[in-house]
Design a protein around this ligand. Structure first.
Ligand code: SDX
Length: 435
């Protein structure tokens, strides 16, 4: 018996088909041979929101949603968060192996020498209203970088790809910090290459008139851990957007802008901001039961809960909870943590959430830390976009190297009107007539 064959019998024609099974999948294109008659287009799969469709083969990130497992290139996220720096993990996610000491030194030097923005890009940012949402500014400014680096369109050249990858990883914190400073009417702070990746980000955010910014090492490390946790997550919505736009051979700047736009949605990376707004709306632990009842009535979502893949505790949420305690030793405890912990306890004991396997995801606790660090809620998704740029670029590079990939162009099931004609009496439009 050949166990790697799926045998399908078409009841419409009594014909039988044998489809090869590879890595737990059948190729959708193999279904096209299944026809009712010679005129038939053949079978397709119908899979709204890609609930059960693999769009690619990838060796970057592995998730086991039932067991709450997350690994980058085979390394458990818990070990990476505990023993690596963010740029070390970025190198791993992008290249497939952890860097040697020299490789890491060269990589850090390369990223650090791409942190500056072209002065015209700073002026571009100044055009936004003072109250513009930072994600809107970030998405627009990242797209604008494609006008500064036109050579980035040579996406088939690996060296060109690598150069833009370093540029984007270097510049994302700078753009993010500038959106924050713009919202406060503060002058931009230039990067300081003496500082590490997250310490320099803090420098560009919070340096005032002191000659040299001194980042609190606990907060710098906490941000580094948070960035590691957010670096990649296989085929999430924004990475899917990155792959779709990148598949047309668009340059990486507009592709990352498209991915960041997808991330901004409240069901995806925008959830961390919505969690804080939800905790503010709940106000006190006494109000939790009535809020939960509204969620169970379908009137509200419990933001920061649930996941398409994880049907167990999101391993990142567990690490974030631990990191929160480290941060609070410096910033003081964020009282919203008490509401979040009570909310989690009640939800995890309630049949509605248990039955639907809804657990806290990466966004449930991250905002509480960010707020304790001094970030406003509208900056939270920007803090997600900075590290996720690594994942988007790793998947983009993998896509560009994958011989099986071509421009993404799904099919559809047409449900519209059959052919019909305009009224015979309707006159033709003649050239020159008013339109
Ligand atoms: C991220 O994909 C990724 O990997 C994303 C991410 C990453 O690293 O890239 O992990 C980051 O985006 C995390 C998710 C952040 N979003 C939120 O916290 C928003 C709240 N969560 C939900 O909107 C929802 O859980 C999703 C969007 C995350 C997942 O949605 P699915 O997989 O489409 O599930 P669903 O909406 O079909 O829900 C199944 C059931 C439904 O109930 P029934 O219709 O069966 O009665 O669970 C319910 C939903 O109503 N449900 C929730 C809920 N999430 C799902 N009910 C209340 N509150 C929620 N949060």
């Amino acid at each position: 018996m050949n166990e790697n064959i799926l045998t399908i019998k078409d009841g419409r024609t009594e014909k039988t088909y044998s489809l090869p099974v590879e890595r737990g999948t059948i190729r959708a294109i193999d279904l096209r041979q299944i026809k009712e008659d010679a005129e038939d287009f053949g079978l397709m799969t119908y899979d709204p929101a890609f609930m059960n469709t693999a769009s690619c083969r990838s060796s970057i990130t592995f998730i086991d949603g039932d067991r709450g497992i997350l690994r980058y290139r085979g390394y458990p996220i818990e070990e990476l968060a505990e023993k690596c720096t963010f740029l070390e993990v970025a190198y791993l996610v992008l290249n497939g192996e952890l860097p040697s000491e020299k490789q890491l030194a060269d990589w850090v030097y390369e990223v650090k020498h791409h942190t500056m923005l072209h002065e015209t890009t700073k002026k571009f940012l100044e055009g936004f209203r003072y109250d513009a949402h930072p994600m809107g500014m970030l998405v627009s400014t990242v797209a604008a970088l494609s006008t500064v680096y036109p050579e980035a369109r040579n996406v088939l050249d690996p060296q060109v790809r690598r150069h833009q990858i370093a540029r984007l990883i270097g510049k994302m914190p700078t753009i993010a910090a500038y959106t924050y400073r713009h919202s406060l009417g503060l002058p931009y702070v230039y990067p300081d290459n003496d500082l590490g990746y997250t310490a320099n980000f803090m420098n560009m955010l919070w340096k005032m008139v002191e000659p040299k910014y001194a980042a609190d090492p606990v907060l710098a490390r906490a941000l580094s851990i948070l960035f590691i946790l957010h670096a990649d997550h296989e085929q999430n919505c924004s990475t899917n957007a990155m792959r779709a736009v990148g598949s047309s051979q668009a340059d990486p700047f507009v592709s990352v802008a498209a991915a960041a736009a997808a991330l901004s949605g409240p069901l995806h990376g925008g959830a961390n901001e919505q969690v804080l707004r939800m905790l503010d709306a709940i106000g006190t632990t006494e109000n939790i039961p009535s809020y939960i009842e509204q969620v169970k009535a379908g009137k509200l979502k419990l933001m920061g809960f649930g996941h398409r893949v994880y049907k167990n505790y999101d391993p990142r949420a567990r690490i974030i909870k631990w990191t929160a305690e480290q941060v609070f030793q410096v910033t003081g405890r964020n009282p919203k943590l008490d509401i979040a912990l009570a909310l989690e306890k009640i939800a995890l004991e309630d049949e509605y959430f248990v039955k639907r396997k809804l657990y806290p995801n990466v966004d449930f606790y991250s905002g509480i830390i960010y707020q304790a660090m001094g970030f406003k809620p509208d900056m939270f998704t920007v803090l997600f976009a900075i590290p996720r740029t690594v994942g988007w670029l790793a998947h983009w590079d993998e896509l560009m190297r994958d011989p099986e990939q071509k421009i993404a162009r799904p099919r559809q099931v047409y449900t519209g009107a059959d052919v019909r004609h305009l009224p015979a009496e309707k006159p033709k439009i003649l050239v020159g007539s008013a339109v």
